[in-house]
Design a protein around this ligand. Structure first.
Ligand code: FE
Ligand code: FE
Ligand code: ZN
Length: 275
């Protein structure tokens, strides 16, 4: 039994998005909490949010994995950029309580030359300010490919952020297969070792969700270009062994592959067939 889905558009509202997921054969999904390129968040209609929550319960959906905006850089050097990002993070976490009990995943950020030693404490401070006591949402740090000056390029950087967040019981990790492959973790040749290392450095109890993507680039390329399942350098067999590894059992899987609806439905069915 697994929960699998893909990224969906919020344009028709929450309930419509959940119904769209069902049509694709999904029983979880991801969506952007605001325009992925930045800007203001759409007003949440409480009745629509409640209607979606009921639909998710009735149709046995797993936890949703909402995604913060790509442009939200909470460790930015420029004060105006950083302040906007801190506000967005705070606002996103607050609004997630309208669809309680789900996941909110985001990219830790880019240090843009300041170095991870400066960026990591900034990320932790932003989280310390944004996280609400007794929140129902678990906030997830996404493992990154290491493109440019991305923070979270290895398990140690993710661990360093978690260690600096005071109230970290509602803090977890989202593992993206394309990102860790690009980050140099050989999930094809040494899957057991990679997952052992994750457990050793971060702890598997922190692992809450999986982004399942193939990669257009070679191991360690630090490029972050997603490919369709089986059409990239990780390949079909590598992704199958990854997805069905017992240490990942029970986590929601989200596809972020370059697909239309038809392609997503096909990949959702393909991954289900592995179980
Ligand atoms: Fe992401
Ligand atoms: Fe991802
Ligand atoms: Zn990516």
């Amino acid at each position: 039994m697994i929960n699998i889905g893909c990224h969906l558009s919020t344009s028709g509202g929450f309930l419509a998005m959940a119904k769209h997921a069902s049509e694709l054969g999904a029983d979880t999904f991801a969506f952007f909490t605001r325009n992925p390129r930045g800007g203001a968040a759409k007003e949440v209609d409480p009745a629509d949010a409640e209607a979606m929550m009921e639909y998710l319960r009735e149709h046995n959906f797993g936890k949703l994995v909402a995604h913060g905006a790509y442009t939200m850089n909470i460790c930015a050097e420029k004060m105006n950029v950083r302040e906007f990002a801190w506000q967005a993070l705070k606002d996103d976490i607050k609004r997630m309580e309208m669809i309680p009990g789900n996941y909110y995943n985001f990219h830790p950020g880019s240090h843009v030359g300041q170095g991870p030693e400066v960026a990591i404490p900034l990320i932790a401070r932003a989280l310390n300010e944004a996280m609400i006591p007794d929140q129902s949402t678990t906030v997830l740090l996404e493992c990154m490919a290491g493109k440019g000056s991305e923070v979270g390029r290895n398990f140690e950087e993710i661990r360093a952020i978690i260690d600096k967040v005071e109230n970290n019981d509602k803090l977890g990790v989202c593992m993206d297969s394309c990102h860790i492959w690009d980050g140099g973790y050989d999930i094809v040749g040494e899957l057991d070792k990679v997952l052992w290392e994750f457990d050793d450095v971060i702890g598997l109890d922190r692992l809450k969700a999986i982004h399942i993507n193939d990669s257009m680039n070679e191991l360690g390329a630090a490029k972050d270009r997603h490919a369709k399942i089986g059409e990239g350098k990780i390949g079909l067999e590598g992704l199958k062994a990854f997805a069905t590894h017992p240490k990942l059992a029970g986590k929601p899987f989200i596809l972020e592959t370059p697909n239309d609806d038809e392609g997503y439905a096909r990949e959702i069915a393909l991954i289900r067939s592995w179980f």
